[in-house]
Design a protein around this ligand. Structure first.
Ligand code: NI
Length: 251
């Protein structure tokens, strides 16, 4: 059930028995010479919608622009500043919480969203904790990144090993190829190996990123991406996240 295709009476009825909602969150940013700018919201949204079907949980519209300042050296990238992003997430949580949603499950497709999403959760919790009049609020939030789910991560390592890389990964591009086979951009055979690096340690500003990772990839061999492996990884992520989501919304 998708919030965007529901009416308000349907949502009111849903809330009689269910207080869970899934929110896909991604980014619009460069994904190397062959990856779609929408990669992160395309993967998160498709996984979220399938998880919604499997758990009978309502799925909110996707947040398609995230915190991606470090990708601004590449045309097409759109970013929110960290503070703006945090405010967006807090306002989504506050709006949903006001209607009675008590378990808000964010399925994320973009590494740059992790830190500000956790900060946003704490901003929301602080507004509850610091105001005695809201002490009844029992809304809890959870963030999962599809590629760091333990079983999905192990499967990705099995299939691609080190060639998966750390940005514009073979696995995320493979999933988008599975979801949008008519839009696949083939990688040239003479593509140079990507520079390696760690997003956790090596991300500064957009100029520095482009200087060090000239075509946008970090460590990924995108020639290995293919729709068949994309389907296998997608299905694994859906199974694993649906199970986790189910136990969270019943917690
Ligand atoms: Ni990505």
């Amino acid at each position: 059930m998708l919030l965007g295709l529901s009416t308000w009476p349907e949502v009111e009825h849903y809330l009689d028995d269910n207080t869970g909602i899934i929110v896909p969150v991604g980014s619009t940013e460069q994904h190397g010479p062959t990856g779609f700018l929408g990669t992160d919201f395309i993967t998160a949204t498709a996984i979220a919608e399938k998880c919604g079907e499997q758990t009978n949980c309502l799925v909110a519209p996707p947040i398609t622009v995230g915190m991606a300042q470090h990708h601004m050296g590449f045309p097409g990238t759109i970013t929110l500043r960290p503070g703006t992003y945090i405010n967006v997430i807090v306002d989504w949580i506050t709006s949903l919480s006001k209607h009675g949603f008590q378990r808000i499950y964010f399925i994320n497709g973009h590494g740059g969203n992790i830190a500000p999403t956790i900060t946003a959760f704490n901003e929301f919790y602080a507004s509850v904790s610091l105001h005695p009049e809201t002490k009844q609020s029992s809304t809890l939030c959870k963030l999962v990144n599809w590629w760091t789910m333990p079983g999905t991560d192990a499967l990705i390592k099995d299939i691609f090993g080190e060639a998966d890389g750390a940005h514009a990964t073979a696995s995320e591009i493979a999933i988008t190829q599975y979801l949008h086979p008519d839009s696949i951009k083939p990688a040239p055979d003479d593509l140079e190996p990507a520079k390696t690096g760690s997003p956790a340690l090596d991300i500064h500003n957009a100029y520095d990123f482009r200087r060090r990772f000239a075509d946008g990839r970090i460590g990924s061999d995108v020639r290995k991406a293919n729709p068949k492996d994309g389907e296998i990884i997608f299905n694994k992520a859906v199974r694993e996240i649906a199970e986790d989501c189910s136990s969270f919304i019943r917690s």
